[in-house]
Design a protein around this ligand. Sequence first.
Ligand SMILES: [Zn+2]
Length: 382
Amino acid sequence: MQGAKKEMKKIGIKIRNIFPPRAFIIEIGRSSLEQIRKLDFVKDVFTSRIENKEKDLGDVFLFWNNKFPNTERDEKEVKKTEQPFRDDLIIPEMPSEEERKKMEEKYLQRWQKKKKELREEELKKLSPDRKRSLNVKREDIEIYELESFSQAYKAHGADYYDTSLYMAGEIAVGFFFSPGDRGDWKAEDIDTVFAELTNKLNEFIDEEPNANISFVFHKEVDAEGNPFLLPEERSNEFDCSHISSHSNYRTQVCDRNYINDLRNKYNTHWAYMVQVINGDGRANAYLGGPSMRIYRDDLRNGLVIRHETMHIFGAKDQYCPDACESPTDIHGYLKVVNANSRGNNGKGFFNGSGEGLRDIMNGRSNKIGTYSRGQIGWRDSD
Ligand SMILES: [Zn+2]
């Protein structure tokens, strides 16, 4: 997969999404279709609605078909959108410089071990024929797969704590599905919700073409479609069992180890984690990552996952009274004022009542306004 990615980039193909283990969504002109079909690692090319044929490709087919509208809206959800959107933003605990270095070291040790495990897993999945061919044919696609579990930290300035500094480049998103007041998830509902949410995230790609965003969406379910437990519920596996349970800090450490693994596994610049709960509730996210929690009965046609993703990449809220932020405070990687905020402290626009234009950060629209764009690192060129 990493090999195919490299090949396609070399000939100038824009990759929008990677669906492991073997599907890509790409952007090309009609005239290049034949050229793509001829690439030796390409099995099939689709340009319109398709029927699901192979089980391990179910997600990408659902995702793709979601683009061709004939989906019905959940009635409950429509009613919900009439109430103003509210959520919670949590500021993650940041350790001292010294502690930070220690965590960094510790994680790198973890990754060395994890990398070996992943390679062994991948090898096990290959057929005997495939294994034989790998030994003789070095340029084979899967050999890249085995060799490219990356060096940690590909993005400029990124380290163990910086997993979503600004929204640009390759982004891996891990999805967990947890029980809520509607009980456990059914596998088919997971698939539908996953296709919807990932399509909504994909809108970011077109909203700032200069950011060159591509997403790898990773669904945390087993072969039968049953959801895996959260990293904090598997604390031994995620090296966070030493932190007292049910604390915010434990969640952060577990989730951070998880997303660093995810980022390294797919060799992306950034990564974050989405927990989708089967029921109703108030969404929350950590400012600057690592994770968010959203509710199936309050998805608001994609607004919620997009709003929380904005928090993950450094944007602040603009609504009041619950989350009144000063319109003159600066946030995000590019240090941009929150001038659209309704927080009235006598400063900023309109004597402090903020501009209050429709914006994803006040939940009044799906639109990303100027200040919100700046906070996630999108510089307006003017
Ligand atoms: Zn918010």
